[in-house]
Structure formats: structure tokens, C-alpha cells
Design a protein around this ligand. Structure first.
Ligand code: C2E
Ligand code: CA
Ligand code: CA
Ligand code: CA
Length: 279
């Protein structure tokens, strides 16, 4: 390309150096993030379309660190945590916090909600995962059926047999699993049969233009119908408008999650949402 002159090239390498430096800085800062109490879990409500009530919470990680000038988005730090292996201790911490929180809401007499926690493929490759989760549930006193693990189709990419074995163990212990970002992976349909999945989370990229795009309408409708015939629940993520919601209702989607109802919020705010009288 003509425009790729010496200056552009130099700019390109500087940008790369900058990115590499930030990545290194991030991994270093991530090592101390937990002990320095820089991490926080926020919760986003999941709403039943049949009743309009909150039936679940998705735990989402937040990180603020002075070393990197403030808040770092999960889109940036989760990949760094995965590459460095730090997702294992960080992921275990999130599980512990979320399970403890779910127990605290029960103890406060609030309506029961499922607690959904995101798991990275790397966490899911660890054969000790079912044992770790069982231990956390027991120590915190939460019945396993309250916990829902959000997995992407990527968990099975590396070792499908191993992933299925871990899923079976979790299923036997009574923990629920959902497929996150459903429809964006490659192996969705062939693996669905073997996965002990409870719910499909329809990816927000399909939900975004649902009220205007005929193809997205068709895709979402097909996912909901397929899920129903397989006996799986559906939840749509990234719901931002009344129009999106009314289409999902028409299609008999089970649940929704998105800014239309609430952003992810700190636990005190979630508690308020949960205790608000409805109807
Ligand atoms: P995800 O699991 O697909 O989470 C949904 C993301 O969409 C969240 O971004 C959430 O804040 C955002 N969101 C929710 N409602 C709306 C909406 O109506 N519109 C739009 N545009 N976005 C909405 P967040 O919190 O930045 O997390 C990004 C990703 O980082 C997550 O995607 C998940 O893959 C990962 N992540 C977050 N927390 C954890 C964690 O504790 N462990 C692991 N392994 N991954 C995590
Ligand atoms: Ca998720
Ligand atoms: Ca998702
Ligand atoms: Ca996503």
C-alpha cells in the first residue's frame, strides 16, 4: 500500500510498543489486585418475562487501579487475566463473593434469585473445578441450585470430552449451566445435545437490531423455538428498548437482562431493586 510510508510504520510500532507495555503493566497490577482490594463484583438483574420479577443476578467483575489510571474494563483485563493464568485465583474469588452474596440475600429474607457467574475456558479446563465449587457452596451454605455458571461455547473448543466430563460432575452436584453469547460460537448445535445445559443466553449482537432487522428477528425466534423443543430456557441479553422487549415477549422468551431494566449495580442497589414491591 502506497500510504504505508516510513512514518506510518514508525507510528505502528510505537502503538504496538505502547500496547505491549500496557499489557505488561496490567498483568503486574493484576497480580496484586485482589490483596489490594481493587476488585468489586456488581450484579445485573435477570427478569422473568412472565412475571416481571427479578429471578436472577449476573455477577460481573469490576477493577479500578491507580497503576493504570482508574477503571479498566473487563473486555481489557479479562483476556490479560486469562493469558497470565491469573483468572484462576480471580475467578475463584468472584465465585466466592457471588455465592456469599446470594446467601446474604436469602438471609435478609429477600425473594430467591439465581446467581449467575461467568467462567473462563481456562477455569473450566481445571479438573478440580467441581470440587472447588462444591467446597465454596458448602462453606457459604448455598444450595447448589441457586448457582448458575455462564459458559461460552469456547469451553469445549480445546477438549470437548474433558469439558463434558466436568459438566457432568457439576450437573450431578446440582449446579446449573447456561451457554453465554449463544449463537456466536461454532459448535453450538452439535454440542448442545451432550452438554448438560439449562439455559441459552441469546447474544446481545442478535438482540440489538431485533426490532428492525428481519434476519435478527428470524435468528432470535429460531433460537427460542429450538431451545423450547430441547427443554432449555432462554434469556436475551443486552435488552435496551421497549420494542426489543415486546418482540421477545411475543416469541415467548423466558427471561431478559439489559439496561432497559437495569445496569449492573453494586450489591446495596441490587438489594433495593429486589425489595421493591411489584405489581
Ligand atoms: P458477558 O458475560 O456477555 O456480559 C454481558 C456484558 O454486557 C456486561 O459487560 C454487561 O455490563 C453488558 N450489558 C448488560 N446489559 C447491557 C445492555 O443493555 N446493553 C449493552 N450494550 N451492554 C449490556 P461487562 O460487565 O463489561 O463484561 C464484559 C465481559 O467480560 C462479559 O461479557 C464477560 O465475558 C467478561 N466478564 C465480566 N466479569 C467476569 C468474570 O467475573 N469472570 C469472567 N471469566 N469473565 C467476566
Ligand atoms: Ca455472561
Ligand atoms: Ca453474554
Ligand atoms: Ca459477551
Amino acid at each position: 500500500v502506497k500510504r504505508t510510508g516510513r512514518h506510518d510504520y514508525r507510528f505502528f510500532t510505537l502503538a504496538m510498543q505502547h500496547r505491549a507495555a500496557r499489557h505488561l503493566q496490567m498483568v503486574n497490577a493484576l497480580r496484586y489486585a485482589l490483596e489490594r482490594e481493587q476488585m468489586q463484583v456488581v450484579y445485573q438483574p435477570q427478569i422473568s418475562l412472565a412475571t416481571g420479577r427479578i429471578v436472577g443476578a449476573e455477577a460481573l467483575l469490576r477493577w479500578t487501579t491507580p497503576e493504570l489510571g482508574g477503571a479498566v474494563t473487563p473486555a481489557e483485563f479479562i483476556p490479560a487475566a486469562e493469558e497470565s493464568g491469573l483468572i484462576l485465583p480471580i475467578g475463584a474469588w468472584v465465585l466466592r463473593q457471588a455465592v456469599r452474596q446470594a446467601r446474604a440475600w436469602i438471609d435478609a429474607g429477600l425473594p430467591p434469585v439465581a446467581m449467575a457467574v461467568n467462567l473462563s475456558a481456562m477455569q473450566f479446563r481445571n479438573t478440580e473445578l467441581p470440587e472447588l465449587i462444591a467446597q465454596i457452596l458448602e462453606e457459604e451454605g448455598l444450595p447448589p441450585s441457586y448457582l448458575e455458571l455462564e459458559l461460552t461455547e469456547g469451553v469445549a473448543a480445546h477438549d470437548p470430552q474433558g469439558a463434558i466430563a466436568i459438566m457432568n460432575q457439576l450437573h450431578e452436584r446440582g449446579v446449573r449451566m447456561s451457554i453465554d453469547d449463544f449463537g456466536t460460537g461454532y459448535s453450538s448445535l452439535s454440542h448442545l445435545k451432550k452438554f448438560k445445559v439449562y439455559k441459552l443466553k441469546i447474544d446481545q449482537s442478535f438482540v440489538r437490531d431485533i426490532s428492525t432487522d428481519a434476519e435478527d428477528k428470524a435468528i432470535v425466534s429460531a433460537i427460542i423455538n429450538m431451545a423450547r423443543s430441547l427443554g432449555l430456557k432462554t434469556i436475551a441479553e443486552g435488552v435496551e428498548t421497549a420494542e426489543q422487549l415486546s418482540f421477545l415477549r411475543e416469541q415467548h422468551c423466558d427471561e431478559m437482562q439489559g439496561y432497559y431494566f437495569s445496569k449492573p449495580v453494586p450489591e446495596a442497589e441490587f438489594r433495593q431493586l429486589l425489595s421493591k414491591p411489584r405489581d
